[in-house]
Design a protein around this ligand. Structure first.
Ligand code: COI
Length: 361
């Protein structure tokens, strides 16, 4: 890989972050970019000022959706260091998504280096209020101008940064979820486990209709029988039964969440009976009716932990844990938030620390 280039414009004014950051509305000054062609492989890696992309209207990703992305977060630790949560896992997942839709793989070590350089250069943008972070969005898309359906030969990769607050307006407060049985998000052996825009496009109408009815998001059921739980909104889902905490097993249509994996580890280390298995909506309803259902919560990079306070399936409206976060959801939220900022020891080696020495422009 060629040497990373820098074309950095120093800011003349101080960064003033708004008190309400929202999610993904504000972007930092610089972006990382590199390009791929079959002769040179990935080349031209550069950190430069953000500018509009110049895209041919025939670019393949516009027509046929050959694109993938990731979402991860950087924080300032309690003692002022810059931390990124599980970047290697996210970069690995980016390559797994790449394989599925014929995008050339990236050199994981180099991408981690470029990503940490970018975060270091933009470290003044990392917000420090509880619940806030610098969201990191790597994207790869096929850019050949061509209308034939086939993999592109040329690609662009960029990493965009956005200071963010809570993903859902509710923050950590419990959300209202509608069990969706009119539409499906993905089917097995399709694109469900791949972080590609198509899956999010598939979710829009269901989310819109749920919002119009007063719900925050939907709980997706499996694509064949609409019987088994898959994901909730943009997150993985966990169900707390009296003696077990269960999450749908990765079956090819569910996104293998990095927060999901972290939560499983934290629960196991706390001696909880955590399982990955098929969970039917009928089982959830039966447990609700016989008093053995405690709660549900979602896990994801953007939302971290999102307790479900109310779950509606057809005509049945279920209030979970009196509409309050369960003790487990609270514990996981606190623990993950503390790990992000190294308020507790990172015995898992999940956090990568970034050097923020001045970079020679
Ligand atoms: C994430 O949790 O990082 C996601 O990618 C979800 C999303 C905002 C699309």
């Amino acid at each position: 890989m060629e040497k990373l280039q820098y074309d950095i414009k120093k800011r003349t004014s101080k960064i003033e972050l708004p008190t309400e950051l929202g999610f993904g509305k504000l972007f930092t000054d610089h972006i990382f970019e590199m390009e791929y062609n079959p002769e040179k492989g990935w080349h031209n890696p550069i950190i430069k000022h953000v500018e509009n992309l110049s895209v041919h209207p025939g670019s393949m990703f516009i027509h046929y959706g050959q694109a993938i992305f990731e979402g991860l977060k950087a924080f300032k630790s309690v003692d002022g260091r810059i931390t990124i949560f599980r970047p290697k896992d996210h970069i690995q997942r980016l390559n797994n998504s790449a394989k599925r839709i014929c995008i050339p793989l990236v050199d994981e070590e180099f991408l981690l280096y470029a990503l940490t350089e970018l975060v270091s250069i933009e470290s003044d943008w990392i917000p420090t209020n509880p619940g806030e972070s610098l969201y990191i969005r790597p994207v790869i898309y096929g850019m050949d101008p061509s209308l034939g359906v086939k993999p592109s030969t040329n690609y662009k990769l960029f990493i965009l940064l956005s200071p963010v607050g809570a993903y859902y307006p509710e923050g950590f407060k419990p959300v209202k979820i509608l069990v969706q049985d009119n539409y499906v998000r993905a089917v097995r052996k399709g694109l469900g486990e791949c972080k590609t825009p198509a899956n999010y496009a598939a979710s829009l109408l269901a989310a819109k209709e749920a919002k119009e009815k007063g719900f925050t998001q939907v709980l997706w059921l499996d694509g064949i029988d609409q019987k088994f739980l898959e994901e909730v909104g943009t997150m993985n889902i966990f169900v707390e039964f009296k003696d077990e905490i269960a999450t749908p097993k990765l079956n090819g249509s569910i996104l293998p969440g990095v927060t999901r994996r972290s939560v499983i580890q934290l629960l196991k280390d706390n001696g909880k009976n955590v399982t990955e298995r098929g969970i039917s909506i009928d089982e959830v309803i039966a447990a609700y009716k016989n008093g053995t259902l405690i709660s549900l919560f979602g896990t994801g990079t953007a939302a971290v932990i999102s307790p479900v306070g109310w779950l509606t399936y057809k005509d049945l409206k279920m209030t979970l844990n009196n509409g309050e976060p369960s003790n487990i959801a609270q514990y996981l939220f606190d623990q993950l938030s503390s790990l992000h900022i190294l308020k507790v020891e990172d015995k898992y080696d999940w956090v990568v620390q970034v050097n923020n020495e001045e970079v020679e422009a």
